[in-house]
Design a protein around this ligand. Structure first.
Ligand code: AFP
Length: 339
């Protein structure tokens, strides 16, 4: 059997190349991973632990919270707040950033997370996940909301853990994307998917078709091109997939290409799209682009957006490079038909 590389070994070896690395980042990542192992256990035991179903509360976005949304949020906060590596956190499940208790030292990283993405799938036993984004902050200060509002391009690390048939961690620190599978017997994430690359071309798209009547013309046009198949202008047949768990849809795209669209929704101008910029679109876009794909709103790169609020929503179009370029081009032609 070939030698197995654990996540810790992989990160330490990556950090060795950096002159200023103090080991803090490796410890932070270990704490996040410990939390995700606990979440994996809860998700896996599901009904046996009595953790399925609604909590009967709503989060800041007015979405009904599942019991596991709250449990997973608390697991992550508890795993990180004592460590001394984190200056502050922001979660999908709380309105304001989470402060580090006064009794603990404050570290140089900010962690933003969606503790249980796709949680509406949890009761039907489909894949869900945890998404996280890491930014740097000034050490020792109590960060305010403004300190979190930074462009996705400033992320130092992004990752997601997939609680599916296997529990997997997909990670980037800006040097490509690697996938690790949790070996349940030894409790370690093992490097199994080295340097993941998204195929440039694809015949697969992912979108919630039930929102079709609210899409803008460029998105309608793109989907019509795909649906026209080999007799249409694209000259090939497209397949469609929609898991309604961002983590699962992105993982599929990382492996076999494709394009994911949650476009601007004309229903409510205050909610441009559904997905949240800072802990969904930004980390996923960092990962997609590090794997050779592209991510955009259709009009600007996701990673260039200057956030206005922690829970800001954004249109999100990402995946295989050429398809995303095609969609951006359709937006350009729609916005500036004279050019
Ligand atoms: P939940 O966490 O509320 O299930 O939302 C999941 C999600 O944020 C993302 O993971 C999916 O891609 C998207 O929403 C699905 O949205 P629709 O239910 O509108 O298709």
């Amino acid at each position: 059997m070939s030698e197995q590389v654990t996540l810790t070994q992989f990160i330490i070896e990556q950090q060795r190349g950096l002159p200023d690395a103090s080991g803090t980042f490796t410890l932070l990542l270990n704490n996040i991973v410990t939390a995700c192992k606990q979440i994996s256990h809860r998700v896996n035991r599901g009904a046996l632990l009595g953790v399925l179903g609604s909590a009967g509360t709503e989060n800041v976005q007015g979405e009904v919270q599942k019991k596991l949304d709250i449990i997973t949020h608390e697991i992550i906060v508890k795993a990180l707040n004592w460590s001394g590596h984190v200056g502050g956190m922001a979660s999908e499940e709380t309105d304001d950033p989470i402060k580090i208790p006064k009794k603990y030292p404050k570290g140089k990283y900010l962690v933003l997370f969606d503790p249980l993405d796709g949680s509406s799938n949890i009761d039907i036993n489909l894949t869900v996940g945890t998404i996280f984004s890491i930014l740097r902050c000034r050490e020792g200060v109590d960060p305010e909301t403004e300190d979190f509002l930074r462009r996705g391009a400033e992320q130092v690390c992004a990752g997601f853990v997939l609680y599916g048939p296997s529990t997997m961690l997909i990670l980037t620190t800006g040097k490509g994307v690697n996938g690790f599978t949790l070996d349940q017997d030894i409790g370690e994430f093992i490097l199994t998917h080295c340097n993941m690359r998204i195929p440039e071309e694809t015949e697969e798209f992912a979108i919630n078709m039930s929102n079709q009547r609210y899409w803008e013309p460029p998105v309608r046009e793109y989907i019509e091109e795909c649906l026209a198949g080999e007799t249409g202008q694209r000259g090939k047949n497209f397949n469609m997939r929609w898991v309604a768990s961002l983590v699962a849809d992105v993982y599929r795209i990382l492996n076999r290409g494709g394009v994911f669209l949650y476009p601007a929704d004309l229903r409510n101008p205050d909610k441009p799209g559904k997905l949240r910029l800072m802990y969904e679109a930004n980390p996923m876009s960092f990962i997609i682009e590090q794997a050779g794909g592209l991510s955009s709103t259709g009009r600007e790169p996701i990673l260039d957006i200057k956030p206005q609020s922690i829970h800001q929503r954004t249109p999100l179009i990402m995946g295989s490079k050429r398809e995303v370029e095609r969609i951006i081009d359709l937006h350009r032609r729609f916005d500036r038909p004279e050019v």
